[in-house]
Design a binder for this molecule. Structure first.
Ligand code: HEC
Length: 269
């Protein structure tokens, strides 16, 4: 009966579906699926460039803090910290070895005063200007002779590294101070493969005073008669008749450590 009633309805077709009704609803649902929920205010995806920019900003800020935060120490910017009482000159040089420092300062003096003859590479000019690189005069244990050479000059036959020279070098007594002479000698003693000790302004001052009346240049043969070390009064003393053990100890203490080492090694041989 009901079957009859249904088939009776003008809107039903033979298969029992409404007119226009389809069994495959995916087309219908497609439209629903296509729709997205309304976006919620404030949850829009971030702009990529904004992410990159913020990341870069954070990185910069971190780097800045690492460099300039002063370790977040409370006293970082206090007056004492900025202007520490012991001036930099006291902590500065102690980090640099005195020989290196003196040689560095001596380089400029050398280039201005000595390199025209002895050349910047210390090799001199064959037959005219003797080399300083590898020179036994320069590498001598002590600077007793070379300080005198720079103070008063040198003239007469000289042998350096097996070659003969006979030229004239003028002295620098009036044009260079003790510090300049000490620095330039430290420089030539520690350059081009040379390895010898530090020359101090005090050593130069001592010899300058000891030879203050001398005006003429040294003659190499005369210099060879002088001891290589013993520029200062204490080391010169043995010539005048020996030292007590105490005085000898004091004199040795006054030597620069590298000279002392070289001296002791020399004695051991
Ligand atoms: C005008 C050229 C001239 C200048 C500048 C000059 N010298 Fe000399 N130097 C000579 C000559 C020449 C001799 C060798 C002298 C001789 O024959 O007796 C010599 C010898 C020496 C020697 C001993 C020999 C050797 O080769 O080791 C030393 C050390 C030396 N000079 C260092 C210096 C230093 C340091 C300076 C700069 C402060 C300097 N000279 C500037 C020409 C010069």
């Amino acid at each position: 009966m009901s079957e009859h009633a249904m088939s009776d309805s003008p809107n039903k077709n033979a298969s029992g579906l409404d007119r226009g009704e389809v069994t495959d609803v995916s087309d219908l649902h497609a439209a629903v699926l296509r729709e997205r929920p309304d976006p919620i205010e404030g949850r829009e995806p971030l702009n990529l460039w904004m992410v990159v920019f913020v990341a870069a900003l954070l990185f910069w800020a971190g780097t800045y803090l690492t460099h300039y935060s002063g370790g977040f120490r409370a006293d970082e910017f206090s007056e004492r910290q900025i202007n520490p009482l012991p001036p930099p000159s006291e902590s500065g040089p102690s980090t640099e070895d005195p020989t290196t420092k003196s040689a560095k300062e001596g380089m400029a003096v050398f280039l201005a005063q000595c390199s025209p003859c002895h050349q910047a590479d210390g090799n001199g000019v064959s037959g005219q200007f003797p080399p300083l690189a590898g020179s036994e005069w320069v590498l001598a244990e002590g600077p007793n002779r070379i300080i005198r050479i720079v103070l008063n000059g040198l003239s007469g036959p000289i042998q350096v590294k097996g070659s003969d020279y006979n030229g004239v070098m003028n002295g620098f007594r009036d044009s260079m101070d003790d510090k300049q002479i000490a620095n330039v000698l430290t420089y030539i003693r520690n350059s081009w493969g040379n390895k010898a000790g530090l020359v101090t302004p005090a050593e130069v001052a001592t010899l300058r005073a000891a030879t203050k009346d001398r005006t003429e240049a040294w003659v190499p043969a005369d210099l060879l008669k002088l001891p290589v070390s013993g520029g200062d009064a204490s080391a010169a003393a043995p010539a005048s008749g020996g030292l007590s053990p105490e005085a000898l100890k004091e004199a040795l203490k006054k030597l620069p450590p590298d000279e002392l080492k070289a001296l002791l090694q020399g004695l051991g041989n």
